[in-house]
Design a protein around this ligand. Structure first.
Ligand SMILES: *Cc1c(COP(=O)(O)O)cnc(C)c1O
Length: 370
């Protein structure tokens, strides 16, 4: 048996008629950028996350950058975020000219530790950017409280958290703005790059809408320095065709996660922790073990593709050393980077495959005990 980390082909095959119909519809319309398809998807995704509006953009990275620009975050400003994330989170901060300030994670949820945020605030701090990593929301209530007291923007990196909930509310309109990615492997994935910004503040979202399309006020008038970060119609139509399945796919992910929990309960692995006021959507199923690298090699030998998200914290990346984090230490972040391992997880993953993976892990544990 060969088990991939994600299986995009299995998903396509399960909804091929709907996808093919959506693609044909766009080809026949000969309208490829923005337009009705994009607007329809924006409305549908905005409704799904419970936001007043949604603006489709070219990628999750663009979503983050345009969100900061809309909020006026720029040179001389500081943005607090975590270093245990995909590099795009931090890239967006640097690209708008602001300085990323790293705060350690809570080791149970791998998300920004609110108890360490306040001491990182300076007179230059303008925003907090929590990442809903692996599909579990960051602890938003205390972060919102800090943001309110210090007059800061709270922007959610929801790239991995489509449908995730905090205190019964979907991520997407809890902070001032939320940024989603529809990269193919995300819980809702396009067949190319795509992203969105959602929220309840229409003036901020209209600013994002203008910035994504060259600062246009009309066809030939531009009153703002804009960007070419539009969502294209094909990707919007594909995403729209997938929307009706997102709820079922999320439930399948949660079922696979609970399957793992039962099968791996007796092993020495630390399994994902779901905080009781949060609904985890398991973009990734991340376990941890001090024997991470050996387990990864063992699984690979059995044809099981596991992954590491992420092996190098952002403050240790060569390019970020230029930002001068001389003595910076983030103990929980650094330990997580050494120990985390993502097991295969996708909606189509069956119980036979789960059992095969669990068996391989149990064999590994017998081997290292002897
Ligand atoms: C995927 C991802 C992004 C970037 O999204 P793209 O669509 O690939 O640009 C940003 N942040 C996190 C946490 C992500 O997982």
């Amino acid at each position: 048996m060969k088990i991939p980390l994600v299986d995009l082909l299995a998903q396509y095959k399960s909804i091929q008629p709907q996808i093919d119909e959506a693609i044909q519809r766009v080809l026949q319309s000969a309208h490829f950028i923005l337009g009705e398809e994009v607007r329809r998807f924006e409305e549908s995704f905005g409704d799904y996350v419970g936001a007043a509006d949604c603006v489709g953009v070219a990628s999750g990275t663009a979503a983050l950058q345009l969100a900061f620009l809309a909020c006026g975050v720029g040179p001389g400003d500081e943005v607090i975020t975590s270093a245990h994330t995909f590099v795009a989170t931090v890239e967006a901060i640097w690209h708008v000219g602001a300085k990323p300030v790293f705060v350690d994670i809570d080791p149970l949820t791998y998300t920004l530790d609110p108890s360490q945020v306040e001491t990182a605030i300076t007179t230059r701090t303008r925003a907090i950017l929590p990442v809903h990593l692996y599909g579990q929301p960051a602890d938003l209530a205390p972060l919102l409280d800090i943001a309110r007291r210090h007059n800061l923007w709270l922007i959610e990196d929801a790239a991995q958290a489509h449908g995730a909930e905090y205190n019964g509310k979907r991520c997407g309109a809890i902070g001032h703005l939320a940024c989603f990615s529809f990269y193919p492997g995300k819980n809702l994935g396009a067949y190319g790059d795509a992203g969105a910004v959602t929220g309840n503040d229409l003036s901020l979202l209209n600013k994002v809408r203008k910035l994504r399309d060259h600062g246009r006020t009309s066809k030939y008038e531009h009153d703002e320095l804009g960007y070419g970060e539009r969502l294209d119609s094909l990707q919007a139509a594909i995403l729209g065709a997938k929307m009706p399945f997102l709820k079922t796919w999320t439930e399948s992910r949660r079922e696979a996660a609970s399957g793992y929990r039962q099968l791996l309960g007796q092993t020495h692995l630390t399994l994902p922790y779901e905080a009781n006021n949060r609904r985890h959507v398991y973009h990734l199923y991340v376990v941890r073990t001090p024997h991470r690298d050996a387990l990864l090699a063992h699984l690979q030998k059995d044809g099981i593709q596991a992954g590491i998200h992420y092996p190098t914290p952002v403050h240790f990346q060569p390019v970020y050393r230029k930002l001068n984090y001389p003595e910076m230490r983030l103990p929980e972040t650094e330990q997580a980077a050494r120990e985390v391992l993502s097991l295969p997880l996708y909606p189509e993953l069956g119980s036979e495959q789960l059992e095969f993976i669990a068996h391989s892990i149990q064999e590994f544990e017998k081997k290292i005990e002897n």
